[in-house]
Design a protein around this ligand. Structure first.
Ligand code: SAH
Length: 384
């Protein structure tokens, strides 16, 4: 059985972009599964296929050789092997073991938290292979537990149930992980996403290079950036709208013996407006908002929201102050992100130097031909 795609679909695949939309599928099996993809040019590759999904074809190999299941499991094995050295060096750390398309294992996210795994399956074609996936994972990575945290809304589009279940147990509620010179507790069951935002790990560690009087961490989640900053800044303020996240942020501060973080449960937009009104100043500000643009249609509104928080933050920084600012929305491209920052700087009447352009950690690999895999922008800016 094969999936036949139109010449438009084939053009995408020829450019090594792995997705073909339902409207570009000419014919295919009724059941989701792993199949070769063909066009009038011949065999294009091997793919996860779900006739009921908007993105029906997700290619994991652009070669026409091999049995689909074996090729996919080999891709998984290779992804895990690329992380082995890092885990051996920091077994108590947190790493992304599989980054879906970026690792040529579409629809699979697997994160490692100090010996405990959390995975998310986002395709009806992949779901039935879960036992085989677990077998490969166990053989490559020493794991005490593995949790399937299949709660992403996109699963409903695939016709999959939303559920959380242990695949290897027993799964603890929380796990303590190490990140540079700090530790933090991850809520595996109740936390956002798989429990933590590992993609910012190296950026958080990077900020330990700075010191000063006051720092502000906006969209702090469980204290992440604030914990690192509290080592070198006298007073740190951490802001988030989630009381549950801030509760854990407080516990994380304690676990590190830090008593110089003030936690504020607030809407970041209102908080920044209020800080501007009372003419507050900080030596360093972190902005790490959730994805404001969930789809292409949201771009304009999202752009304005990103600009608003960056503009306000720039006004709260004195000359010599630092702004570490991020966007995790792949719909806001890197050029647009920097354009937005330039407009914010201009509206704030500030000259701003780009100290460093950064992105997601190495364990969230990017495919050059798949812009969607390069989602995190992180700019380190100095106000002149
Ligand atoms: N900086 C964190 C990750 C932030 S994720 C880290 O490195 O781990 C985005 C965070 O923003 C979430 O914790 C979410 O609760 C919070 N959030 C979402 N909308 C918000 C808003 N309008 N105001 C304040 N916080 C918000």
């Amino acid at each position: 059985m094969r999936v036949r795609v139109s010449s438009k679909g084939a053009t995408r695949l020829l450019a090594h972009h792995p997705w073909v939309y339902r409207s570009d599928v000419l014919e295919g099996p009724d059941q989701p599964g792993l199949y070769p993809v063909v066009s009038s040019r011949g065999v294009m590759g091997l793919a996860l296929y779900n006739p009921n999904s908007e993105i029906s074809v997700r290619v994991f190999s652009f070669k026409d050789a091999g049995r689909p299941q074996e090729v996919l499991l080999e891709n998984l094995r290779q992804a895990l092997r690329r992380r082995k050295e890092a885990i051996a060096q920091e077994p108590q750390g947190a790493f992304r073991l599989v980054h879906a398309e970026g690792d040529l294992v579409p629809a699979l996210i697997l994160d490692y938290y100090a010996g405990h795994g959390v995975m998310q399956v986002g395709s009806a074609a992949l779901e039935p292979l879960t036992p085989e996936l677990v077998q490969v994972i166990r053989a490559e990575i020493p794991l005490q537990s593995l949790l399937a945290k299949n709660e992403q809304k996109t699963r409903s589009l695939e016709g999959l149930p939303l559920e959380v279940k242990p695949l290897l147990g027993p799964v603890p509620d929380t796990v303590m992980v190490r990140e540079g010179s700090i530790v933090y507790r991850v809520d595996l069951m109740g936390g956002q996403k798989t429990g933590a935002f590992i993609d910012q790990r190296d950026n958080r560690i990077r900020l330990q290079a700075y010191r000063g009087e006051t720092a502000l961490d906006v969209f702090s989640y469980h204290g992440s950036f604030a914990l690192h900053l509290a080592r070198n800044f006298k007073q740190v303020t951490a802001v988030d709208s989630s009381a549950a996240a801030l509760q854990r942020a407080g516990e994380n501060a304690q676990a590190n013996g830090l008593s110089n973080i003030t936690f504020r449960e607030a809407n970041a937009f209102e908080f920044l407006r209020e800080e501007e009104r009372r003419k507050a100043q900080y030596d360093l500000i972190v902005l790490d908002p959730p994805a404001f643009a969930k789809g292409r249609r949201d771009i304009e509104r999202a752009y304005a929201a990103y600009k608003e928080i960056n503009l306000r933050a720039m006004k709260l920084l004195p000359s010599g102050g630092l702004l570490a600012t991020a966007s995790c929305s792949h719909h806001l491209s890197e050029p647009l992100f920097y354009q937005m920052l330039a407009e914010a700087a201009s509206d704030a009447h500030r000259t701003v130097r780009v100290v460093e352009k950064r992105g997601q950690g190495w364990d969230h690999p990017v495919l050059l031909n798949v812009p969607e895999t390069q989602y995190l922008k992180f700019a380190l800016l100095e106000i002149l």
